[in-house]
Structures are given as structure tokens and as C-alpha cells.
Design a protein around this ligand. Structure first.
Ligand SMILES: Cc1cc2nc3c(=O)[nH]c(=O)nc-3n(C[C@H](O)[C@H](O)[C@H](O)COP(=O)(O)OP(=O)(O)OC[C@H]3O[C@@H](n4cnc5c(N)ncnc54)[C@H](O)[C@@H]3O)c2cc1C
Length: 397
């Protein structure tokens, strides 16, 4: 009887699933198409419950040492300034980490990988991509190809598809990725300029609303990241040109000299949720199962919450629970993706770019009323920090 799990994809979701499984005595094989873990600029926000989950893997102290603790975050109006400042300290007693942590996701990936390398139960194949998945009542077969084009076949009791937005595993489950593509490209620029010089009252995480051009400013150690929506009809070269970067940053805060830009990353953003997360012994998690806009930092965090739920469920099954228990994973986590992650990130985008003055004023009033009322303020933080969603679905069986 097979007792191992093959994980397709060594992103944060695959690596975290692997850590949890090996800690419970289950052997895992990870196959990763890339030659190594990328150090590219992606998510950097970790919410309180995610840090609570990561604590057992001994990585949080190191993430804090390499990152930036953010006790507040803001909604601002581009012209008027602060609309509402949210105080994560109100979550004291609910979490061991009443703050957001800014720490680039690749740092977590590297720490989890190092941890796995010390475990006999983990095997990792870089430069190997999954091509096809077949399953029977008792196991799964994964056809893979290495960097030399050599074919491999892996067998497992279960397969986790943590292979990101273009998931081969999801395609082999014949599952629709329902939703839409946002009609703009997101351009992320990182700069050494310290935006507190131009906006002394700015929080380390600030969403800046404007009827013509909203943007987001997020501070990491040594750099600020600015995210702008740009016209999707521009060519890739135009989107990532130094000229556009300079124009956008000068619009955010005018300097008498050019900005020192360290990174420019452009990407298309989708709002999609897979119609199914589980097919017998194969399950998808993270970006393979759901994608959303980054406004609120819910994609990576939601993926980590999936990994935790899915790997814990597989432990239960491999220790005797019925295979059907995987259905609970799908019912709980798909509901969060649909009802919380998609709704919140789409609403955040709507608040930021609504043009109608009356709607803008109503949004702003609502945000101000929320922070002025301690009960509403805490409830809002529980929701946007993804703590309520974990509690709300815990009773779904
Ligand atoms: C450019 C960019 C910027 C982003 N910025 C933000 C942000 O600012 N805020 C935010 O919250 N989120 C952001 N995201 C999203 C965030 O990075 C993802 O939610 C997160 O990486 C999801 O983790 P994952 O492990 O599910 O998937 P991924 O990190 O995508 O990992 C999937 C892995 O699977 C591998 N793989 C794919 N196919 C195969 C195959 N057939 N066989 C083997 N391996 C395979 C890939 O090489 C990859 O390593 C960004 C994403 C991108 C692309």
C-alpha cells in the first residue's frame, strides 16, 4: 500500500505542504520544473494567522529578522491624504503576531527548502516537470520529464498540484478555472526612495485611491514597492520601460532628481477559482486552485492556508481516515477563495479606482466609521487578516 505524496511545484504552497507531511512521518517527492527557486519580486505580505501557522516550522523568527513588522496599514486618498488607518494591535489575544510582516516570499521558500533538505523523508527534483496524471482507486501515477527530456514515472498514494496558475494538475483533473482577467496590467516598481519624506504620516502599507490612477505603496527592508495599474494595450517593452517607471513614480511623489529603481515587474492579474479542488486522490492548492488581485495580500496567504489544511487532511487519511475526507478540504478552502478572497480583493480594487464622487465619498465614510468604532474596527481586521475565514469554515465537515 502506497503511503507517499508527490507534490508538483516547489512554490511556497508545495514546500509548506511538504514540510507539514514529513514532520508527520509521511514521505514526499517534490518535482519542480524550474532549475532552482526563483528570487523574483512577488508577494511580500504575511498576515497574522499565516505567521501563526508557520511558527511550528521554526521560520518565523528568521522571517521577522529579515523582514519589517507593520503594525498599521492605511487607505489614503491621493489628494486628501489619510482616509483610515487600521491598527493591527487590536488583534492582540487573537494571534501571536498582531501585525503584518513584510518579507519577500522567496525568503520563506528558501528557508522551507533548507529545512526539507535536512529531512530523510523528502526528495526534491529540480528541473523536472509534470506532464500527465493518472489515477486508480489506490494510487496516482505522474508522468514527468527532466531537463534532458528524459521521461520518468512516479507513483504515489496522493498527488498535490501546487503548480501555480497554469497548473498541469488542474488541467488533468478536467477542472474549469472560472473567472475573469482584470483589464489592466499591474506594474510593480521597487525604489530606494523613502516615501515617508513626501508623506510623513504614511503607514508601511498604504492603498492610495484616485479616480484616475490609484496605486499602492508597500515598504520592505531597504526598499519601497509601488504598484500601479497600467494600460493593457501597451507592449511589454513599454510597460517595463524606465520612462514609464519614472513618470509613474514622479506622479506618486515629485522629486527633483530621477528615482533609483531597483526592480520592475509587470504581470496580468486574474480573478479565478477552480470549479473543483479534489478529484479522488489528487488535489490542487494555492495559485493552482485560485488566483486574485494582490490588493489585500490574500493570494499567497490563502495558498498557505490551503497547504496547511490539505496536508493536515492527508495526514488524517494516511493515518486511517477515509479518502473522502479530502472533500472537506475542498468545501472549506473553496468557500474561502470564493466568499472571502475574491470578494475582498475585488472590493479593494473597487474602492481604489471608483470614479463616481458619491461612491468614493460613501466608501471613505464607511472606512472612517469602521476605524472609529473599536468593535467594527476589530471585526474588519479579523476579516481582512483572514482570521475570520479560518474560524468560519472550521465547522464545515
Ligand atoms: C510577478 C508576480 C507578482 C506577484 N505579486 C504579488 C503580490 O504583490 N502580492 C500577492 O499577494 N501575491 C502576488 N503574487 C502572487 C503570489 O506570488 C502567489 O499567490 C504565490 O506564489 C502562490 O504560490 P504557489 O506555491 O501556489 O504557486 P507558485 O509560487 O506559482 O509556485 C508554483 C511552482 O510550480 C512550478 N511548476 C509549474 N508547473 C509545473 C509542472 N508542470 N511541473 C513541475 N513544476 C511546475 C513552478 O515553476 C513554480 O515554482 C504575484 C505573482 C506573480 C507571478
Amino acid at each position: 500500500m502506497l503511503q507517499n505524496v508527490v507534490i508538483v511545484g516547489a512554490g511556497p504552497v508545495g514546500l509548506l505542504s511538504a514540510c507539514l507531511l514529513v514532520d508527520e512521518g509521511i514521505s514526499v517527492t517534490i518535482i519542480e520544473a524550474a532549475a532552482d527557486l526563483p528570487r523574483d519580486l512577488r508577494a511580500s505580505t504575511f498576515h497574522p494567522p499565516t505567521l501563526d501557522m508557520l511558527e511550528r516550522f521554526g521560520v518565523v523568527d528568521s522571517m521577522i529578522a529579515q523582514g519589517l513588522i507593520c503594525p498599521t496599514w492605511q487607505f489614503r486618498d491621493r489628494t486628501e491624504g489619510v482616509v483610515a488607518t487600521f491598527e493591527l494591535g487590536l488583534l492582540k489575544g487573537e494571534t501571536n503576531h498582531p501585525y503584518r510582516l513584510q518579507c519577500e516570499q522567496w525568503r520563506l521558500g528558501e528557508m522551507l527548502l533548507e529545512r526539507l533538505k535536512t529531512k530523510n523523508l523528502a526528495t526534491i527534483h529540480f528541473g523536472m516537470k509534470a506532464i500527465a496524471i493518472r489515477q486508480s482507486a489506490s494510487g496516482v501515477e505522474i508522468d514527468a520529464e527532466d531537463a534532458d527530456g528524459k521521461a520518468h514515472m512516479l507513483t504515489a498514494a496522493f498527488c498535490i498540484g501546487a503548480d501555480g496558475i497554469g497548473s498541469v494538475v488542474r488541467k488533468h483533473m478536467n477542472v474549469e478555472f472560472e473567472g475573469m482577467t482584470i483589464p489592466e496590467i499591474y506594474l510593480t516598481l521597487s525604489t530606494t526612495y523613502d516615501f515617508t519624506k513626501a508623506m510623513p504620516d504614511i503607514s508601511n502599507i498604504s492603498y492610495i485611491s484616485d479616480p484616475n490612477e490609484w496605486f499602492v505603496l508597500i515598504r520592505t527592508v531597504g526598499l519601497w514597492r509601488a504598484l500601479f495599474p497600467v494600460d493593457a494595450t501597451l507592449t511589454d517593452a513599454q510597460v517595463t520601460s524606465p520612462e514609464l517607471a519614472e513618470k509613474l513614480l514622479q506622479g506618486a511623489a515629485h522629486l527633483s532628481h530621477p528615482y533609483d529603481v531597483k526592480h520592475r515587474t509587470a504581470y496580468r492579474v486574474h480573478e479565478r477559482v477552480a470549479t473543483k479542488y479534489v478529484e479522488n486522490r489528487v488535489a490542487i492548492a494555492g495559485d493552482a486552485a485560485h488566483v486574485n488581485n494582490p490588493l489585500g495580500g490574500m493570494g499567497l496567504n490563502g495558498g498557505i492556508h490551503d497547504a496547511y489544511n490539505l496536508a493536515s487532511t492527508l495526514v488524517e487519511i494516511l493515518k486511517g481516515a477515509p479518502v473522502e475526507r479530502l472533500g472537506r478540504y475542498e468545501r472549506q478552502r473553496r468557500k474561502v477563495a470564493q466568499d472571502v478572497v475574491q470578494q475582498t480583493s475585488m472590493r479593494n480594487r473597487a474602492i481604489l479606482n471608483t470614479r463616481d464622487p458619491a461612491s468614493r465619498a460613501a466608501y471613505y465614510d464607511e472606512l472612517r466609521r469602521t476605524v472609529d468604532d473599536p468593535v467594527a474596527h476589530k471585526a474588519y481586521l479579523m476579516r481582512t487578516s483572514m482570521m475570520s475565514s479560518l474560524k468560519d469554515v472550521a465547522s464545515i465537515s
